[in-house]
Design a protein around this ligand. Structure first.
Ligand code: SAM
Ligand code: SF4
Length: 321
């Protein structure tokens, strides 16, 4: 079992398989970065897998593949299958913008992927295009339908932004609800890469929009999930991810691995250690040492706060959100 320096059990690994993306979401990667990680610095699936085996053997039982846009990485289903075949009962999930899902969902299902989270910030083509800075909606929605058709459990992620998509909080909920999907609203997390001046809605503001239609009741957190759950009077459960409150960090059970092999203890912070050398040399012991060192140094709390002005320098497209 993996325990961090603050006594928290860590069993969840999020892997960003690429920082590249086919969208330019205003809150994440509004412009193409000055430079991408050179392709030769990207770890191959085989190299990532060396570390994944170590992490699983030490007690990780939940893995999420993310990015950038993970479906840009060719043959992602091959990577899914490697992990699934090593430990078939692992909770193996993907977070994607959905653009390439219609053509990949079936292969991912066959490879052993269990669950998918799809980001949907708007159901209006022009608003979705404004946020992603590309005409994306039709393909994303086709990806949702295909994922449901092949039998995936699907969750929807939405980041409500002031003056942009805040009027669609209920519409996106109804869309998810009609298809048996849970929705999680994510508070916009301030970061230096996002478009200047962008303002997110707080959890409280999101709730008050939902209360215009529903009576809601608190359910609370499930395990170490960062989402606080609620239920509507007609029995639909949804969540709000509110990193500006620190109870978010109390049960944090996760670490993050970037595509070039940096192991990151907290989404907010820049501190990271590389496993690249260890996995390239196939040195399992050294990879395990880096893992333990990163856990010893995992911060107790992020530094987003309810006061204005806190910004992380970490790019979400590097860490996978
Ligand atoms: N490209 C995929 C996607 O968009 O789902 C996976 C990577 S993306 C970085 C993972 C999640 O982070 C998405 O649900 C996205 O909405 C969220 N995200 C990105 N930047 C964010 C920010 N500044 N604040 C809150 N959530 C953010
Ligand atoms: Fe790409 Fe996802 Fe970031 Fe949007 S949120 S730019 S889809 S990585």
């Amino acid at each position: 079992m993996l325990i961090d320096g603050h006594g928290r059990k860590v069993n969840y690994l999020r892997i960003s398989v690429t920082e590249r993306c086919n969208f330019r979401c205003q809150y994440c990667m509004p412009e193409k970065p000055f430079s991408w990680v050179p392709r030769e610095n990207l770890l191959s699936f085989e190299e990532l897998f060396v570390f994944i085996k170590v992490a699983i053997d030490e007690g990780v039982n939940k893995i999420r593949i993310t990015g950038g846009e993970p479906l840009l990485r060719e043959d992602l289903d091959r990577f899914v299958k490697m992990i699934h075949d090593y430990k078939p009962d692992i909770d193996l999930a993907l977070t994607t913008n959905g653009f390439l899902l219609a053509e990949t969902a079936s292969r991912l299902k066959d490879a052993g992927l269990k669950r998918i989270n799809i980001s949907i910030d708007s159901l209006k083509p022009e608003v979705a295009a404004k946020i992603a800075q590309k005409d994306v909606l039709d393909k994303v929605l086709a990806g949702v339908e295909k994922s449901l058709e092949v039998g995936f459990g699907v969750k929807v992620n939405m980041v409500p932004l002031k003056g942009i998509n805040e009027d669609e909080i209920l519409d996106v909920m109804e869309y998810a609800k009609a298809r048996g999907m849970t929705i999680r609203y994510i508070e916009y997390m301030e970061n230096v890469h996002a478009k200047a001046g962008l303002k997110g809605l707080s959890g409280k503001e999101i709730l008050s929009k939902i209360k215009e239609r529903y009576v809601i009741r608190k359910v609370g957190r499930e395990g170490s999930s960062p989402a606080f759950n609620y239920i509507t009077d007609d029995g639909y459960k949804f969540g709000i991810i509110d990193p500006h409150k620190h109870d978010f960090c109390e049960d944090c059970n996760r670490i993050r691995l970037t595509a070039e092999g940096f192991l990151i203890p907290c989404l907010y912070f820049d501190e990271a250690m590389s496993i690249a050398k260890a996995v390239k040399e196939g040195d399992i012991e050294a990879a395990g040492e880096v893992l333990k060192e990163v856990l010893r140094n995992k911060p107790e709390k992020n530094r987003w706060s309810e006061d204005e002005g806190e910004e992380s320098s970490r790019a979400f497209y590097e860490t996978g959100g």
